[in-house]
Design a protein around this ligand. Structure first.
Ligand code: PEP
Ligand code: MN
Length: 265
């Protein structure tokens, strides 16, 4: 009999409703209403983990830089009302300390932080001794050793629930993508650390909605363990990354169309 390949990581499969792990939610927390609205919509479609950036690493100053610590209160309320696990990006020790107090469940290191061993070490040390789930996004440049090094710093800090997120790589040349996937880098990461769960972040690879499905499908063909997809109640009005976010309804239809790799059972 053919069956969809199961997630091999027990803690990840516990957080999944389908055969793949999913983190959905807005690029940025914007208002309390927006956070609670999206949380309830995601809950209704059986999503288990919600993301919302509250400190936003912007490439250039002057753009929306996140609502900051107040967003932690909104996420805590969303969690209380829906039971969803919450996920945010942390980029320094203070972020980690505030997020731990607010009972955030999942932490990720962004692409701009993953390039800096000092920052990665600071975040790893701040999370040492906790039972938290941590995902490390690839550094902005396609440097496999730097990505592996960042992951190793969390392993050395005894973070046991650890995974990687592939969000693509910047290039100077114009490209179809916001960040080129360079699939081989992620394939090589998986070969180097086979037990490490690997998610795709098609939103930041794509930069635009219409590419999301193909990127996610390619990752599923490569047997990735899951995905993080930016989902917003009104994507075109989003305060950050408006071109790449989708509505919960669009997410639902994307998920339905995906084909997962099967194994013989
Ligand atoms: C994000 O997830 O919103 C984000 C800023 O991602 P990245 O670090 O991949 O650019
Ligand atoms: Mn974003």
């Amino acid at each position: 009999m053919n069956a969809v390949s199961p997630i091999n990581t027990p803690w990840l499969s516990q957080l999944s409703t389908s055969s793949k792990f999913l983190i959905a939610g807005p690029c940025s927390a914007e208002t309390k209403t927006q956070v609670l609205d999206i949380a309830h919509q995601l809950k209704a479609m059986e999503v288990k983990v919600m993301r919302a950036g509250i400190w936003k690493p912007r490439t250039r100053p002057g753009n929306f830089e996140g609502v900051g610590a107040i967003g932690l209160d909104w996420l805590q309320q969303a969690k209380k009302e829906t039971g969803l696990k919450t996920a945010i990006e942390v980029a320094n020790k203070t972020h980690v300390e505030l997020a731990l107090k607010a009972d955030i469940d999942i932490f990720w290191v962004g692409a701009r932080s993953a390039v800096s061993p000092f920052i990665v070490q600071e975040i790893a040390d701040a999370l040492r001794g906790t039972n938290k789930i941590v995902f490390v996004k690839n550094p902005v440049n396609p440097d496999l050793a730097l990505w592996i090094g960042a992951i190793e710093r969390f392993k050395q800090a005894n973070i046991n629930y650890l995974g990687a997120i592939h969000r693509g790589f910047s290039s100077y040349e114009k490209s179809l993508y916001r960040n080129n996937p360079e699939w081989q880098v992620a394939i090589d990461l998986k070969a180097a650390i086979p037990s490490l769960p690997l998610l795709v972040d098609p939103s930041h690879i794509a930069g635009k909605r219409n590419l999301l499905f193909d990127i996610t499908q390619t990752a599923m063909n490569l047997n990735y363990d899951g995905m993080m997809i930016e989902t917003h109640p009104t994507p075109t009005k989003a305060w950050s990354d408006a071109d790449q976010q989708i509505t919960p309804k669009q997410l639902s239809s994307l998920l339905k169309q995906l084909k997962y790799r099967v194994t013989d059972k």
